[in-house]
Design a protein around this ligand. Structure first.
Ligand code: PEP
Ligand code: MG
Length: 316
């Protein structure tokens, strides 16, 4: 029955009145590409490159090995967008050779972009490999950094991309509340934002994403999280730039409508969720999504936000 409901809805992501919201896939490597293509992904919104580094905890993979893997993903989306995230090591994604040593709070320590800025040779190698992989391909390459806290971080990343001779758009993930609060400042250095709602929830609610006991606070329907999404999307709009979502939040069809209503410009998710999100989005107008977003933000709890958005979207 669920399958039947999906039939007839194909093609690019859009609301029923034609407001386009590209639906992109989250991939962890070339082996995830066939499912993304099959689901009709319009590109890749989050290429997690950690997989390449996990085989060998002693050192970074060779540039040749990286070029090969990046090229396989880039080639699968000719003319499409591919957003590659540079290595996000540390905390929930530990790597021995980049370990900052004992830290009292690894999630608040040297991780993500901070790790790469401490190991510039690893970042340079990755950026050079990306530049080589994209050579001669028509793909629209975008490269983003995880865990950007502020404009200084964004500038350090953009400078590294320029120094590596990378011809791509450079972006910042919004995973730390400070980056959402000062999104316009971050956008002075980069061309797009991508909201990592998993980490953004973790840092907004001081609730470790790996601790089940605090999972209530990891719920992406939390109105405080929606406020930060809204701030980021508004800032991007004011700067004439894009702001996507690539965290788990994008894979919930109802929440995808709310995110669209908040002004998010693309949604990236595991391939399996794409048909459901596409079908739900196609049933509602942009104005309905905006009303659902306002209703959700007016709520006090995640549960009330979900119910309020559901009521708006089903009642019209
Ligand atoms: C996120 O934090 O929402 C995100 C997309 O990155 P990851 O889950 O890989 O940390
Ligand atoms: Mg993250």
């Amino acid at each position: 029955e669920r399958k039947a409901a999906l039939e007839g809805v194909k093609g690019p992501g859009a609301t029923s009145d034609g407001h386009k919201v590209p639906l992109l896939a989250n991939v962890g490597g070339p082996s995830d590409v066939p499912a993304a293509v099959e689901a009709g992904a319009e590109g890749v919104g989050l290429f997690r490159t950690e997989f390449l580094f996990l085989d060998n905890s002693e050192q970074a993979p060779s540039e040749e090995k990286q070029v090969e893997a990046y090229r396989q993903v880039l080639e699968a989306f000719p003319e499409g967008r591919v957003v590659v995230r540079v290595l996000d090591a540390g905390a929930d994604k530990p790597l021995d050779f980049l370990s900052p040593g004992e830290e009292p709070n690894p999630a608040l320590g040297v991780r993500g972009l901070r790790t790469l800025l401490d190991h510039p040779e690893v970042l340079r190698g990755q950026l050079r490999a990306l530049a080589k992989a994209a050579e001669g391909l028509p793909v629209y390459l975008e490269v983003m950094a995880p865990m950007v806290a502020d404009r200084t971080d964004a500038k350090a990343f953009a400078d590294a991309c320029r120094e590596a001779g990378l011809r791509a758009k450079f972006g910042a993930m919004v995973e730390i509340p400070s980056a959402a609060l000062r999104a316009r400042s971050v956008l002075q250095e980069v061309e797009f934002l991508s909201l990592g709602t998993n980490d953004l929830a973790q840092y907004t609610f001081a609730a470790d994403r790996q601790v089940g006991a605090v999972s209530r606070l990891q719920d992406p329907w939390q109105p405080a999280l929606l406020d930060l999404v809204s701030l980021s999307a508004e800032a991007a709009k004011a700067e004439g730039k894009s702001c996507g979502v690539c965290g788990e939040a994008a894979s919930d069809p109802l929440l995808a409508c709310v995110l669209t209503g908040l002004g998010v410009t693309s949604l990236s998710m595991g391939a399996a969720s794409i048909p459901y999100v596409r079908a739900t989005l196609a049933k509602h107008t942009l104005a309905q999504c905006e009303r659902a977003a306002s209703a959700a933000r007016a709520a006090d709890t995640a549960e009330e936000a979900r119910i309020a958005a559901q009521a708006v979207l089903s009642g019209e």
